[in-house]
Design a protein around this ligand. Structure first.
Ligand SMILES: *Cc1c(COP(=O)(O)O)cnc(C)c1O
Length: 384
């Protein structure tokens, strides 16, 4: 097998387009140079439509979790109360970050595989008027649920004065996102998922409402102090050394996004979701999420007793150079997850489905060859 043909179908890190890889190989430049400032300013500007915001989008060096932590520590402090919507491992991570800072957390939990709905949130929030923020996960990567963020935002806006803070790490750049219009106060994402970059950049946009809260306090953080990012942003840079090479790559990603167009990118991801799901249904492999809440970026499958998903993953990896993800937390060893985001197109989905069919046969599961592939082909060909 060719090591450079590794077929990476996990929900991040995702494959890097060659032109982005090349951009990142450029020689280093001074991070306080005019050249960097210009690159930084024009690149940050191009993130706004992806977030659906007129606000500045701050770029920091850190994995996605650094941005989650930033969004907690800049608006809340020990003793404050927050509602955290927990539909899987990443919602739980938000809750744990809050608890680490002494914030009193009200977890609105749903069974993994299900979304948090506005019908659940409205009464939950009404009973807790003291909460200062509501934290939500847009795509819950651990289950493949796309939570109804727009409708959840509406509930928060109408029923409370709380800030609405959203983790968009595994979907912003691949799904509709209208931060300003929907009423999201802080939206964060990272570089290694739909943004087609290595891990290492985190992006944060902040509403005017949220700035009022942030400006009224001093956070228990130094590196993650948002006010420092805003101050440096005005000087077209970051407070601490930026990840220059990743910003070179980001500029190229922005060009790719503009060339394809956001609406087309969103449609491509929906198509890949529909193809993947049609294939799993045709192979009678139970999906973890209902169609209505299925994420366009990642699909989770729970085969139950039919076979061991870890055996499938091992065969895919060792015999075919294909990497898919397993389950997290209590779903470890129980499910598999197919990532289909970023630098991934419909024929790549056909490839991974075919590899799954072959690998299932190789681990002794009696699958009818071509049924999954055929179902996906039908979806593709009927796609308008
Ligand atoms: C990947 C991911 C993160 C961030 O994880 P890091 O490993 O810190 O980059 C956060 N939230 C969601 C929903 C994710 O999928």
């Amino acid at each position: 097998m060719f090591a450079d043909k590794l077929i990476l179908r996990i929900p991040g890190p995702t494959p890097i387009p060659p032109r982005v890889q090349q951009a990142m190989a450029r020689p280093m430049i001074g991070h306080r140079s005019g050249q960097f400032s210009e690159l930084f300013a024009r690149t940050a500007e191009r993130l706004k439509p992806i977030f659906g915001t007129k606000q500045d989008v701050y770029i920091l060096a850190g994995s996605g979790t650094s941005a989650l932590e930033l969004s907690v520590v800049n608006v809340l402090a020990s003793g404050d109360e927050a509602v955290v919507l927990v539909s899987g491992a990443f919602g739980e991570r938000f809750a744990k970050i809050c608890e680490r800072y002494g914030i009193i957390v009200h977890r609105l939990q749903v069974t993994w595989g299900e979304p948090v709905t506005p019908e659940l949130l409205a009464p939950y929030l009404a009973e807790r008027p003291q909460v200062k923020a509501v934290f939500a996960t847009y795509c819950e990567t651990s289950t493949g649920v796309l939570n109804p963020i727009r409708e959840l935002a509406q509930v928060v806006r109408e029923k409370s004065d709380a800030l609405f803070i959203v983790d968009g790490v595994s979907c912003v750049g691949a799904v509709p996102c209208e931060m300003d219009e929907w009423g999201i106060d802080i939206l964060v994402t990272g570089s290694q998922k739909a943004f087609m970059l290595p891990t290492g950049l985190a992006f944060v946009a902040v509403s005017e409402r949220a700035w009022k809260v942030i400006d009224s306090r001093t956070p228990l953080a130094f590196y993650l102090d948002l006010k420092a990012y805003r101050k440096s942003f005005a000087d077209r840079t970051t407070p601490y050394t930026p990840a220059v090479s990743l910003v070179f790559g980001l500029e190229e990603v922005c060009a790719m996004i503009e060339e394809e167009g956001l609406a087309n990118i969103i449609r491509r991801h929906e198509l890949m979701r529909d193809m993947t799901r049609a294939a799993m249904k045709a192979l009678q492999l139970p999906l973890m999420t209902a169609d209505a809440y299925a994420s366009p970026t990642v699909t989770s499958v729970n085969p139950g007793e039919a076979f061991d998903p870890e055996a499938l993953r091992k065969t895919l990896r060792t015999k075919h150079n294909v990497v898919i993800a397993g389950g997290q937390a209590h779903l470890t060893g129980k499910i598999f997850r197919i990532g289909h985001m970023g630098y991934c197109e419909p024929l790549d989905v056909i490839q991974v489905i075919s590899a799954i069919e072959i690998s299932l046969r190789q681990i002794g599961v009696d699958v009818p060859f071509g049924e999954g592939v055929k179902a996906a082909q039908e979806v593709l060909v009927n796609h308008v």
